[in-house]
Design a protein around this ligand. Structure first.
Ligand code: SF4
Length: 345
């Protein structure tokens, strides 16, 4: 009897792991600070300091936080774009991304793509759009030569671009169209997972909605999984299924979008969310203003890293790092105010 329960639990864990396209466990990325006469390492910038989360296949995880909290570095480290990681695991489809042999790395690169914040600087000004989108398709021999032109036309069409614009250059397009080109370039490689790094923050509000809707349509059509990095919480609420809140290199809160927006628990999340504008002129905003600025990741505070700015700081917060508490329904928070499943008395 006991054995069958054990087997059932193991099978459930395997099924859950198969459901997750990406698992990040205890990921750390430190950048050395060099100085002195011999240019030796004199310190470390702890850009990511032990981040863990997983993303279900076909879903979107939003990653939010102030500038400099480590969101972009997390995205880039997952994709192996920031050199070697310092510690932890990044499992993509169950395989450790940093242990994949060189022969399989090319295939992995096609499966994991990124869309950058600034569409203009991420596009080569010397190449026509058709070549920008198709460059990597040719490099990876993704489609036979005779089907290549049709393939690029189809991708452009799916991303709301006119195929006859293939011969034009990036400067001939508007900001929104340039972001569509970046999306088409990523999509042309038939990826499974896309890191969207602030993909709409450089665009006008009206264009933002178009790009967000395009990303959602493409996700449904191609069964894509997104890690959506943004400081715009309204956009994240609209697109994400789960949300992670980062502060100074750590994930301080994680949960379903509905739970996080309806019931933020961490004092930092509460302060962030209190700044979301309410579209009602009668409504009163209870804005929580955070004191001071974000501390340096090269010299983070002891204990809870947020204690220097937290209005609910207790003595324990100054010396003990809070553990992750499970508040139910996958809602997790790192704060001494909570016990598993409850607020402390
Ligand atoms: Fe504030 Fe303490 Fe919670 Fe940190 S652990 S967020 S300092 S109450």
């Amino acid at each position: 009897m006991e054995n069958s329960i054990l087997k059932e639990t193991e099978a459930k864990t395997v099924r859950e792991n198969e459901d997750n396209i990406l698992e990040v466990r205890g990921l750390k990325k430190y950048f050395p600070i060099r100085g002195g006469f011999f240019n030796t390492v004199v310190g470390q910038v702890k850009a990511i300091d032990g981040v863990s989360f997983s993303i279900k296949r076909g879903s979107t995880m939003g990653l939010v936080g102030e500038s400099g909290c480590g969101k972009t570095t997390t995205g880039r480290t997952i994709l192996r774009l920031s050199g070697e990681k310092t510690a932890g695991d990044v499992l993509f489809n169950g395989k450790e991304v940093y242990n994949i042999p060189k022969s399989e790395l090319n295939e992995l690169r096609t499966k994991m793509q990124i869309i950058f914040q600034d569409p203009f600087s991420s596009l080569s000004p010397r190449l026509p759009v058709g070549e920008i989108i198709g460059e990597a398709v040719k490099e990876h021999h993704l489609v036979p030569k005779e089907e290549y032109e049709d393939y690029i036309d189809r991708i452009m069409d799916n991303c709301g671009l006119q195929p006859f614009h293939k011969g034009r250059y990036p400067h001939e397009f508007s900001g929104g169209q340039r972001q569509r080109i970046c999306i088409a370039r990523a999509l042309a490689l038939n990826p499974e997972f896309v890191v969207c790094d602030e993909p709409v923050s450089a665009l006008d509000v009206s264009i933002q909605a178009q790009i967000i809707n395009l990303l959602k349509d493409l996700q449904e059509k191609y069964k894509l999984t997104y890690l959506f990095i943004s400081h715009d919480l309204s956009v994240v609420e609209h697109i994400a299924d789960t949300v992670g809140v980062m502060y100074l290199g750590n994930l301080v809160e994680f949960g379903n979008t509905e739970d996080i927006f309806a019931n933020p628990l961490h004092p930092y999340t509460k302060a962030l969310f209190s700044a979301i504008p309410i579209p009602d002129p009668e409504a009163k905003m209870n804005r929580i203003i955070l004191e001071g600025s974000i501390p340096s990741p090269a010299n983070p505070p002891e204990g809870c890293k947020f204690h220097t700015r937290c209005s609910q700081c207790m003595e324990i917060c100054k010396s003990k790092v809070p553990e992750e508490k499970d508040m139910g329904n996958g809602h997790k928070v790192c704060c001494h105010l909570y016990d598993d499943g409850a607020v402390k008395n």
